[in-house]
Design a binder for this molecule. Structure first.
Ligand code: PHE
Length: 342
């Protein structure tokens, strides 16, 4: 199974390690270094099989290549997965992260990492003890800190551009936005939306988080069928599929999760039911713009704000192209990215 996946992949390199002390599989998937060193987060998660973890890392890595190209960053795409038998903390977590850091350091800068699902700024500080190729360390340790609020800000700009495309005005006053997942991106996004006057509905696994943000709670199993203007998936990917798309009751899908489409055909399914889809790898690029921009390209706060707002402009252009060429927004976004990879 692992052999088949690696053989069929169109990426450049897969590094595999079994971490004996924690029983974890480590997969570093470097998809492309065509535009520069490959950047991508480190995800910690449990999977049924190691091959599921590898497949996830591979898909996430290709999405990073598209993301970097779509927002014109001089980086390639990669992703790492720490497939743990159960979530670890304390000394076991530290040990795993340090051994992982040695592995990343041994790649000598072809791969630069940052946080992703279940990894934090504190984890990046640990990795940074042994490895220089890490973004989003804490400010005390010379990093740019948590990218979540910047990813959220990019998504906010993307939602405004999408609302303007569908409703003719980008005012969020009274617009109903359903945020699925109030983690490091969904949380700050919900706050920005509330401030902008949107009516925020939220679904979250942690009790009390939605209420404290002033959002109306939607039970997890009701997210897909809930009527809203904008559905913002900000948890795990794959929520848009053959089974869920026909049940959606929104006009726009625009959120931060990576790999929202379960399969490519889901982009057509969304278009066919008249839902505008903001391609995930474009709308969620704010974290990368902030951390790579601040740490690698030495951008100022003002330059970063301009680039975050640019996510709205890029989506607007993608929507116009999709309309003009009769293609899905996903296809238009991929064409934009590929034109910068050629
Ligand atoms: N989770 C981030 C993403 O998917 C990964 C990342 C953050 C990579 C910051 C580099 C720097 O875009």
């Amino acid at each position: 199974m692992l052999e088949d996946l690696i053989r069929a992949w169109d990426g450049e390199e897969v590094v595999v390690r079994f971490d004996e002390p924690t029983g974890s599989w480590i997969f570093v998937c470097i998809h492309s270094t065509a535009r520069g060193p490959a950047g991508g987060g480190t995800r910690m998660k449990t999977y049924a099989e190691p091959s599921d973890a590898l497949a996830d890392a591979m898909r996430l890595a290709s999405a990073m290549t598209l993301k970097m190209a779509a927002v014109d960053m001089p980086f390639g795409g990669a992703k790492a997965v720490l497939a743990v038998p159960e979530l670890v903390d304390g000394d076991r977590r530290r040990g795993l992260l340090l051994r992982y850091a040695d592995l990343v350091a041994s790649l000598r800068g072809t791969f630069h990492t940052g946080p992703d699902v279940n990894t934090t700024v504190a984890d990046m500080d640990v990795i940074g003890e042994r490895c220089p190729y890490v973004f989003c360390r804490s400010e005390e340790h010379g990093g740019s800190g948590n990218p979540g609020p910047y990813t959220a800000r990019g998504v906010f700009h993307g939602i405004r551009a999408s609302v303007r495309h569908v409703f003719g005005t980008d005012s969020l006053e009274g617009r109903v936005v359903l945020v699925q997942g109030l983690g490091s991106v969904g949380g700050p996004l919900a706050e920005e939306l509330v401030t902008a006057g949107a009516q925020v509905l939220a679904s979250d696994l942690v009790p009390g988080r939605a209420e404290s943000l002033g959002a109306e709670v939607v039970p997890a199993e009701e997210v897909i069928g809930t009527e809203c203007d904008v559905y913002a998936p900000c948890a795990l990917g794959g929520t848009l599929n053959a089974e869920t798309v026909p049940r959606l009751r929104c006009r726009i899908v625009a959120g931060s999760a990576n790999n929202q489409l379960a399969e490519p055909a889901d982009a057509e399914r969304l278009r066919d039911v008249g839902i505008l889809y903001a391609p995930d790898f474009v709308i969620n690029a704010g974290g990368v713009l902030n951390s790579l921009g601040a740490e690698h390209l030495r951008w100022t706060r003002e330059q970063i704000e301009v680039r975050l707002a640019g996510i709205g402009a890029t989506l607007w252009e993608i929507y116009s192209r999709a309309n003009a060429e009769g293609i899905t927004t996903e296809e238009a976004a991929e064409r934009l990215a590929r034109s910068r990879l050629a």
